[in-house]
Design a protein around this ligand. Structure first.
Ligand code: SAH
Length: 222
């Protein structure tokens, strides 16, 4: 079949994104590089912004939400140290791009989104791409997904002052949770929690900027 010129140029942009934004930084996990070199990120951004799909930053996806910067998607996924047997919980489906990356690597992905339109768009697109190993749900992800716990990895794509306790509880042994935590003002830190036999180990990775995790705390302080 004849290939569309536009598809070919997106392929080239994707390859360059993987080399320059990921490989030349600290992304070395072959599964992450392969996933991000395969998934058509241009389909996860609003139609008018496809030409910017491979730029080195986040993009607006409407409803005051963003699709994360490619490097952040790669770095958070790499930090989870997941593989083909892993079951992963994602809070904040958003565009579904991070979900698609996780689907490419893991056995099954459970993803929760609070904005109905984003949930619908993302699930339609993931289905169209033939990614069958995802179950997506509309709701407040702060409660996690107790029916499917424990998880090998939990990835939260929205910032909160405090880790929702349910998420730590749903982390399996050796499982990792990655989440942006709000500090003073606009300052946020990406934190990694790992459940070990003797308790939870915590590491601070680097400063980030995510949209806020919405939910009860927010509606209590309008
Ligand atoms: N990884 C996504 C990031 C989306 S931004 C992407 O690259 O597209 C974060 C998402 O979290 C938004 O879609 C937002 O609506 C969602 N969100 C915010 N609070 C939430 C909550 N309590 N439960 C589930 N999703 C939430």
């Amino acid at each position: 079949m004849k290939e569309e010129p536009l598809t070919r140029s997106f392929d080239a942009l994707r390859k360059r994104m993987v080399e320059e934004q990921l490989g030349r930084r600290d992304i070395s996990d072959a599964r992450v590089l392969e996933a991000m070199g395969t998934i058509p990120r241009e389909l996860f951004v609003p139609p008018g912004q496809q030409s910017e799909a491979y730029t080195d930053g986040p993009l607006s996806i409407g409803y005051e939400q963003t699709i994360s910067q490619p490097y952040i998607v790669a770095s958070m996924t790499q930090a989870l140290k997941i593989g083909p047997a892993s079951r992963v919980l994602e809070i904040g489906t958003g565009s579904g791009y991070q979900t698609a990356v996780l689907c490419h690597i893991c056995a099954h992905v459970y993803s929760v989104e609070i904005v109905p339109e984003l949930h619908k768009q993302a699930t339609t697109l993931l289905k169209k791409l033939g990614l069958g190993n995802v179950t997506a749900r509309l709701g407040d992800g702060s409660a996690g997904w107790p029916e499917e716990a424990p998880f090998d990895g939990i990835l939260v794509a929205a910032a909160t002052p405090k880790v929702p306790p349910a998420l730590l509880e749903q982390l399996g042994l050796a499982g990792r949770l990655i989440i942006p935590i709000c500090r003073s003002g606009d300052h946020q830190e990406l934190k990694l929690f790992q459940r070990l036999p003797h308790g939870i180990e915590t590491r601070t990775l680097y400063d980030v900027r995510f949209v806020p995790l919405r939910g009860d705390a927010e509606s209590a302080n309008p």
